[in-house]
Design a protein around this ligand. Sequence first.
Ligand SMILES: [Zn+2]
Length: 130
Amino acid sequence: MKEKLYRFMQGRYGSDQLNRFLMILVVLCFVLSLFGARVFYILGIALLAYAYFRMFSKNRYKRSAENSVYLRYEYKLKQKVASFTKNMKQRKTHHIYKCPSCTQKIRIPRGKGKIEIRCPKCGQTFIKKS
Ligand SMILES: [Zn+2]
């Protein structure tokens, strides 16, 4: 039995990060479908079929390319989330202004009253409340 399964899976793509993500989506769709949204059930079945198709596919090159596209998007999203959380933490202690002429972001500590800000990039000055 184990031998048969091994022979069946030989040369096939198997699982990767994209498939793991698809499986999470499948579970999410099925959970949402429990609340009466039939669309999610159909979507879940479709995603499950796609995940199995990828797993048993013999076109390793194409599946691997799909996975790297997914990983690129995942990386970009993680970067954005990290930058957003960093900005949220800084909001308590700093103001972030954009230079009116070159749109360079400038970080100013809060609680200093009205101050003149000089852009370090282009030298433009402007007045803002800190
Ligand atoms: Zn500037």
